[in-house]
Ligand binder design. Structure first.
Ligand code: PFF
Length: 450
C-alpha cells in the first residue's frame, strides 16, 4: 500500500499500523492509563491488597481477555468504526445502532479524563519547580487547585497534545507516539520502583501488596475487580474495536490479546510496587481513596531526599499513561466521523477535540468555582459515573452477545485453534455476560450487598 494522505476525505480505516510491535504497543498504551496508576492502587488498598490483586488477575484472564479478543476481531473483520464494524463484520443493522453507544462513551470518558490528565501535568510542574515541599498542606493545595480555573488551562494543553498526535494518523501519529512513550514509561516505572522499595520501612508496603489476606474478599470486591479489569483493558468503549480496524490481516490477534493483558498487568504491578512502599514508609493509609495520588503521595515525596525529582517523574509517568489512553479514545469518534459523515481527519480531530473540551468545562467548574450538582454528585462525578458504570458495561455486553451468539464467522476472524475457540466461546456466552450484568447492577447501585 502506498503512502496515505491522512487528510483525504473518507479515508476511514484504509490506514494500517505499520508493524505488529507498533500495534501492540499502541494497544498497551490504551490499556495502561490512569486506571493502572491512580485507580488500581487505591481500590487494591481499599479491598485488602494482594488478595484483591489475585482476583483482578482472575477477572482479567477469564473475562477481560476473551472480550478484548472479541473487540479486536470485530474491528478487523469489519474495518469500520466502533458502530459500523458490527454490521460490516456480518451483523444486522441493529448492531450498528447498538454499537453507537461505544462511540458516545469514549467522548464522555474523555471529558473528565482530560481533566485528570491536566492535573497530572500541573503536579509535574509543581514538583519540578520546587513547590511541593515539606510543610505544604497538600489537601488544601489540591482543593484550591481543582477549585480554580487552572485545571481548564491544563485540560486544554492535554487535549491539544492528544489532538496533535491523532491528527497525524494511525502509523504516523498514534503508533509513533506509543512506540516512544510505552518503553519510556517502563524506564520511569523501574526508577521509581527502586526508589520506593529502598525507602526505610518500605517492606511493610511490599508485604501488604504481595501477601494475600483472603478474608477481605467479599462479593463486592469481586465486582469491583471485574469492573476494573474491564476499564483497565479499555473495553466496552469502542477503542479496541477501532484499533482492530487498522490491524494487518497477518497479525495474530490471540497473541496480541495476550501481550496486551500481560503488559497491562506488569504496569499495574509495578505501579503497586511504587505506591504501597511509599505510602507505608510515610505512614499514609493506602485506602485513602482517589486523593491518594494527588494528596497523600505529594506529602510523601516532599519528605524524601530529591523528592522534587521523584515526585516530578511520578507525575510525568501519570501524564504519559493518561495521554496514551486518550489518543485511543479520541480515535473512536474520529473514525466514526470520517467514515459516516465523510469528514477529513483534520476536521474530525479539531471539531471533536473542541467539543470534548467544551463539555469538560462544566465538569471542571463543578469541582469548585460553580457547584453544578445533579442529585448528590457534582457534574464531574456524574459524567464519570454514567460513562464508567452504565455505558461501559452495556458496551461490553453488546460485544459479548454479538461475538458469543450472533457472529457466524467469529472462529475464522479470531484465528484460534478449535480447543481455544471453544473455551473462548464458552467465556463469551456464559461467563462474561452474566458477570457483566452483575457488575452493571452493582455499580449502578441497583444491586446492593448488605
Ligand atoms: N484503560 C485506561 C486506564 O486504565 O486508565 C482507561 C481507558 C482508556 C478506558 C480507553 C477505556 C478506553 F477506551
Amino acid at each position: 500500500m502506498g503512502p496515505i494522505n491522512t487528510n483525504e476525505k473518507g479515508t476511514g480505516t484504509s490506514e494500517r499500523f505499520s508493524s505488529s510491535k507498533g500495534f501492540i504497543l499502541a494497544a498497551i498504551g490504551s490499556a495502561v492509563g490512569l486506571g493502572n496508576m491512580w485507580k488500581f492502587p487505591y481500590i487494591t488498598g481499599e479491598n485488602g491488597g494482594a488478595a484483591f490483586f489475585l482476583l483482578f488477575i482472575a477477572c482479567l484472564v477469564a473475562v477481560g481477555l476473551p472480550v478484548l479478543l472479541a473487540e479486536l476481531s470485530i474491528g478487523r473483520a469489519g474495518r469500520g468504526s466502533a458502530a459500523s464494524s458490527f454490521v460490516k463484520a456480518g451483523g444486522g443493522r441493529i448492531w450498528g445502532k447498538l454499537g453507537f453507544i461505544s462511540v458516545i462513551a469514549p467522548f464522555l470518558i474523555m471529558t473528565f479524563y482530560i481533566l485528570v490528565a491536566g492535573w497530572t501535568l500541573h503536579y509535574a510542574v509543581l514538583s519540578f519547580s520546587g513547590q511541593m515541599t515539606a510543610g505544604v498542606d497538600f489537601d488544601a493545595q489540591f482543593v484550591k487547585f481543582t477549585g480554580s480555573y487552572l485545571p481548564l488551562v491544563w485540560a486544554f494543553v492535554a487535549m491539544a497534545i492528544v489532538a496533535l498526535v491523532v491528527i497525524k494518523g494511525i502509523s504516523g501519529g498514534i503508533e509513533k507516539f506509543n512506540k516512544i512513550l510505552i518503553p519510556g514509561m517502563l524506564v520511569l516505572l523501574v526508577i521509581l520502583m527502586i526508589r520506593s522499595i529502598t525507602l526505610p520501612g518500605a517492606m511493610e508496603g511490599v508485604n501488604f501488596f504481595l501477601a494475600p489476606d483472603f478474608s477481605k474478599l467479599t462479593p463486592e470486591a469481586g465486582l469491583v475487580a471485574l469492573g476494573h479489569a474491564f476499564f483497565s483493558l479499555s473495553l466496552g468503549m469502542g477503542t479496541m474495536i477501532t484499533y482492530g480496524a487498522f490491524v494487518d490481516r497477518n497479525q495474530s490477534l490471540g497473541s496480541a490479546t495476550l501481550a496486551v493483558g500481560v503488559g497491562d498487568l506488569i504496569y499495574a504491578f509495578i505501579a503497586g510496587l511504587i505506591i504501597f512502599p511509599t505510602t507505608f514508609a510515610f505512614g499514609i493509609d493506602p485506602s485513602s481513596g482517589p486523593g491518594l495520588v494527588f494528596v497523600a503521595l505529594p506529602a510523601a515525596f516532599s519528605a524524601m531526599p530529591l523528592g522534587w525529582l521523584f515526585g516530578g517523574l511520578f507525575f510525568v509517568l501519570l501524564a504519559i499513561a493518561a495521554l496514551t489512553s486518550l489518543v485511543s479514545l479520541l480515535q473512536v469518534p474520529v473514525t466514526h466521523a470520517m467514515e459516516k459523515w465523510n469528514w477529513s481527519r483534520n476536521n474530525a480531530v479539531w471539531i471533536i477535540s473542541l467539543l470534548i473540551f467544551l463539555v469538560s468545562i462544566p465538569s471542571a467548574l463543578s469541582m469548585g468555582l460553580m457547584k453544578i450538582n445533579i442529585g448528590e454528585r457534582n457534574f464531574f462525578d456524574y459524567v464519570d459515573f454514567f460513562a464508567s458504570n452504565w455505558l461501559l458495561p452495556i458496551g461490553g455486553l453488546i460485544v459479548t452477545l454479538f461475538a458469543g451468539y450472533f457472529w457466524k464467522t467469529a472462529a475464522k476472524e479470531a484465528g484460534l485453534t478449535t480447543k481455544w475457540f471453544r473455551i473462548w466461546l464458552f467465556m463469551l456466552r456464559y461467563v462474561a455476560p452474566i458477570l457483566m450484568i452483575f457488575v452493571f447492577l452493582h455499580s449502578t447501585g441497583i444491586l446492593k450487598f448488605e
